[in-house]
Design a binder for this molecule. Structure first.
Ligand SMILES: Nc1nc2c(ncn2[C@@H]2O[C@H](COP(=O)(O)OP(=O)(O)OP(=O)(O)O)[C@@H](O)[C@H]2O)c(=O)[nH]1
Ligand SMILES: [Mg+2]
Length: 313
């Protein structure tokens, strides 16, 4: 049976069901291991927020990788971590959903941090799925052989039959090597998504994530973790010219001054950098971004509010 797309010569190519290696792949790991970095690298675009701070991803994102003989549907999950507040529970539910929907689990591991409680949780989730698991030691560019061995020993004790792979997620050739390993595990089937489609996420939701990514880059300590971003309107002003209005939701009045900065310097910088990222997302369209600040005390602890802003789905 051919492994390349298109089968029935009686049907015009445009309407033939296309086939190839395909399936859903969950990106699982504790926070900060490089799951979203890997997704952006293999998709070749900046869809998922990435930052050096843990718990960057708050809800799952679907990214579709297409090449000549495959369509791999990646599910980027929030990092696995213990519950403290309602937001953690929402993130944990997103992880459960992603692992339930997946055909294969890719466990991304960061060997630069010694394995701990969160890695134990990750191994437990992966093992309970009873699905093929690939153990991927990421950040080979900055980890030592001893660190990689310690992480591998920890995970292999808990996931005995899992295949392993070494990678640097930000490097396209290295990420492509993992794609080839995943492909070999996927069956040949009909593609479920359009071959040009990259994600099912709306532009406004990706834009909200890019604004939050900028906040994570610019603000320190706990403050970025206490901020949510919603994009409230996306208005077409002219061809390739959009007015985007977003709200930064803070937990405390006391954070307002820090987010605004002296003479408005911080909020202006957040606006300028985010506007540029949204413009790149929209193939260079002219974007005017307006930011409003709102305080909703302890918003991360309110389940209904998390549902209202679609952080709990
Ligand atoms: N040196 C190096 N840094 C990496 C690599 N992969 C990711 N990073 C960095 O690791 C940090 C975390 O990356 P993310 O992609 O946000 O990690 P994540 O697993 O999605 O994190 P959460 O969303 O918090 O679960 C960022 O600073 C990345 O630039 C890598 O292969 N090498
Ligand atoms: Mg992430």
């Amino acid at each position: 049976m051919p492994e390349s797309p298109v089968t029935n010569p009686a049907i015009p190519p445009a309407v033939q069901p296309q086939k190839g290696h395909t399936g859903y792949v969950a990106l699982l790991g504790r926070p900060n291991t490089g799951k979203s970095t890997f997704l952006n690298t293999v998709l070749g675009c900046h869809l998922a927020a990435v930052s050096a701070k843990p718990q960057t991803t708050r809800k799952s994102m679907l990214g579709i990788y297409n090449d000549a003989d495959s369509q791999i549907i990646f599910l980027d999950a929030p990092g696995v971590h213990p519950y403290r507040i309602a937001l953690d529970e929402a993130m944990s539910e997103a992880v459960s959903k992603v692992t339930t929907d997946a055909d294969i689990i890719v466990c991304l591991i960061d060997p630069t941090r010694a394995p701990g409680q969160e890695d134990g949780m990750v191994a437990e989730i992966a093992s309970a799925c009873a699905k093929p698991v690939l153990l991927v030691l990421n950040k080979t560019d900055v980890s030592t052989p001893a660190q990689r061995q310690a992480s591998l020993d920890f995970y292999q004790q808990r996931l005995q039959n899992a295949e392993t792979y070494l990678m640097t997620a930000s490097d396209a050739a290295s990420a492509q090597g993992l794609i080839d390993r995943i492909k070999a595990l996927l069956p040949i089937d009909i593609y479920l998504y359009d071959r040009e489609e990259v994600t099912t996420a709306y532009e406004r939701d990706i834009a909200a994530e890019l604004i939050r990514e900028t906040i994570l880059e610019k603000l320190h300590d706990e403050i970025p973790h206490c901020i949510a971003v919603t994009v409230d309107s996306w208005k077409t002003m002219a061809e390739n010219d959009f007015l985007v209005r977003a709200t930064l939701i803070l937990e405390r009045e006391a954070h307002k001054g820090i987010v605004i900065g002296r003479g408005g310097a911080m909020i202006k910088a957040i606006r300028r950098v985010s506007q540029q990222k949204i413009s790149e997302l929209c193939q260079g369209a002219n974007i005017t971004l307006e930011l409003t600040i709102k305080v909703i005390p302890n918003w991360r602890k309110h389940k209904q509010f998390l549902k209202d802003i679609r952080l709990w789905e």
